[in-house]
Ligand binder design. Structure first.
Ligand SMILES: *Cc1c(COP(=O)(O)O)cnc(C)c1O
Length: 402
């Protein structure tokens, strides 16, 4: 499609479909149909043979879903994409298309809890072995690759510690062994990080987060550099029934149209708040890739176009003070998820990372008092005032006990 959209925002706004193919509709119609009529037996056969790309049946492909897939593929610089019903659908498609009994996976930690769960609980049952190394240790990653390793799977920045994987180094290590690198790019998103440009072969997202950005849809996507990997993931997605619904795709495409603006705004807010939190007397430490205090600040500057909008921090009063803070905020919502227009706050040790054993949490740097703040697009002074009010309640609680 000749859109002449070159810049990131132009692409988010124009890529995906040509209005001329849809009676001039500027917003793509929702093709709410489970199945599609073939004009002839020959054409039906051609579609099944993959010779013609017309639609067959929505689990196998749908015009609204395809518009979204084309847009995301363009944003990530891949050859194509597969929309999935959830982010976990994308993770499942990537893992099951690459691994079989006797194969080995190298992954990094921390990893999104259920992603790790697929490996530890389900792939292990099927005879797939795995080794997980710290996200920040690229030498350990290279050293963990064995002759039977078939996939390197990483998440960067990682949730909730915001540790980063050196994607370029991971790609070099994987390619030296002749195997692909898959990157879960949910935290950064394509506005801030394009793993394929850094050497990755597969990129996946929970589009529930910044790509959709409005806390009203769950969805996922897999983008691949090469058609073969894409076809293998698509086969798993279609067969396992992981694919996306057209209404869901339409909502995500609507969200994507403002991705650049939302990400830039939330990130600007997060930068101000991270700097402020770092100087706050109640705060023990702050982890944010935009602060020079982040141990991998140089890597963030190298591989990301910005530090994003998620901040992790811990109060001096530990888990008790952190819980009080999260109970007292009013504008900021106590809820999991991130990347939306609304600011959300949550407690990883008891919520998103509850499935990770206490021992493993400790190893991964998920301290009991860690608070995760996903900054949204509100006016930054309102977010700061909300936190300020909550901090005052924490202090009052401390004083009352003394
Ligand atoms: C949310 C998330 C997922 C899972 O996505 P769902 O849409 O909830 O299925 C996977 N990876 C990361 C990093 C996430 O934040």
């Amino acid at each position: 499609m000749a859109t002449n959209a070159k810049g990131f925002n132009s692409k988010t706004i124009h890529e995906g479909f040509d209005p001329a193919d849809h009676k001039g509709a500027v917003s793509i119609p929702i093709y709410q149909s489970s199945t599609f009529a073939f004009p002839s037996v020959d054409e039906g056969a051609a579609r099944f043979a993959g010779v013609s790309d017309g639609p067959i049946y929505t689990r196998l492909g749908n015009p609204t879903v395809q518009a979204l897939e084309r847009c995301v593929a363009e944003l990530e610089g891949g050859c194509g994409a597969i929309g999935t019903a959830t982010g976990m659908g994308a993770v499942t498609a990537v893992l099951f298309s690459h691994l079989r009994a006797g194969d080995h996976l190298v992954g990094t930690h921390p990893l999104y809890g259920p992603s790790r769960g697929i490996v530890d609980k389900y792939l292990s049952r099927l005879g797939v072995l795995s080794t997980f190394v710290p996200a920040a240790d690229h030498e350990a990653l290279a050293a963990a690759i064995r002759p039977e390793t078939r996939l390197v799977y990483v998440e960067s920045p990682a949730n909730p510690t915001l540790d980063m994987v050196d994607i370029e180094a991971a790609a070099i290590a994987a390619h030296a062994a002749g195997i692909p690198l898959a990157v879960d790019n949910t935290f950064a998103g394509p506005r801030l990080q394009r793993p394929i440009e850094l050497g990755a072969d597969i990129v996946l997202h929970s589009m529930t987060k910044s790509l959709n950005g409005h806390a009203d849809v769950v969805a996922g996507v897999v983008v691949a550099r090469e058609p073969r990997a894409l076809a293998e993931c698509r086969e798993v997605a279609k067969t396992f029934g992981l694919t996306m619904d057209p209404h869901q795709a339409w909502l995500v495409l609507r969200g994507i149209r403002t991705l650049g603006m939302r990400v830039e705004r939330a990130q600007a807010n997060a930068m101000i708040l991270a700097e402020w939190l770092e100087t706050h007397p109640e705060v023990a430490w702050v982890r944010y890739p935009g602060l020079p205090s982040h141990p991998q600040y140089a890597l963030a500057l190298k591989q990301m176009k910005g530090p994003g909008s998620v901040i992790s921090f811990e109060l001096k009063g530990g888990v008790e003070a952190g819980s009080r803070l999260m109970d007292e905020v009013k504008l900021i919502t106590l809820a999991v998820s991130l990347g939306g227009v609304e600011s959300l706050i949550e407690h990883p040790a008891s919520m998103t990372h509850k499935g990770v054993s206490v021992e493993e949490q400790k190893k991964q740097g998920i301290t009991p008092g860690l608070v995760r703040l996903a900054v949204g697009c509100e006016d930054v002074e309102d977010i700061r005032a909300d936190l300020q009010h909550a901090f005052a309640q924490v202090e009052a609680g401390v004083l009352a006990r003394e």
